[in-house]
Design a protein around this ligand. Sequence first.
Ligand code: C5P
Length: 221
Amino acid sequence: GHSAALIPAAGSGTRLGRGPKAFVEVAGQSLLARSVQALAPHVDEVVVALPPGTELPPGLPARAIVGGETRQESVRRLLQATRAERVLVHDAARPFLPEQVVHALLEALVDTGAATVALPVADTLVRAGTGIPGLDSGCWGELVPREDLWAVQTPQGFARSVLLAAHDRARAEGYAATDDAGLVARQGGRVRLVPGDARLFKVTAPGDLALAEALATAWDR
Ligand code: C5P
């Protein structure tokens, strides 16, 4: 059936400090343009949520709507702006999206109606010492076993009806999640995990831009 890529790109980019983040350029191309171009070949349409008062740069194969105050609200509006049967939700802030990852996600989606790209955690994980007598938040508290732990990325794929129901219920009950798979899972939905890619890191802090610039050299070749 009909499919859409939904790109929340309405963040203000406060932590990056370069204006609305989606318009920040890496090696001459905006984060938004990179995300749109990565997804457009795989779907029937691309819809982008932008900050109020901004416009889609010319020439991108997408249409734009105005985003909301939170990422969750931006995605809810995006869902209302399409009638596609399947939707892929992807942060504009993750500009390097390998094609094989999109294929793997689309395949996983067939089974459950909900799937997300995620990375098995490679680092040792520790909870800071808050709450442990004699330790503060600058100290090693408890080791968190990393087996079975995954760091969740985007894109995330859903039957549109599944994600819309999750958003409607979250709104009615007044709860928030940092991503869409989290909303579906919280309501008892099964979400498949699809191995992601380190290149899908989210550009958040100024240091991430240096990493993105370095990666772009190889990526754009
Ligand atoms: O702030 P953060 O990097 O977690 O945002 C993740 C994605 O959600 C970004 O692509 C950002 O533009 C988008 N977003 C949005 N609407 C908001 C806040 C964030 O579309 N109100």
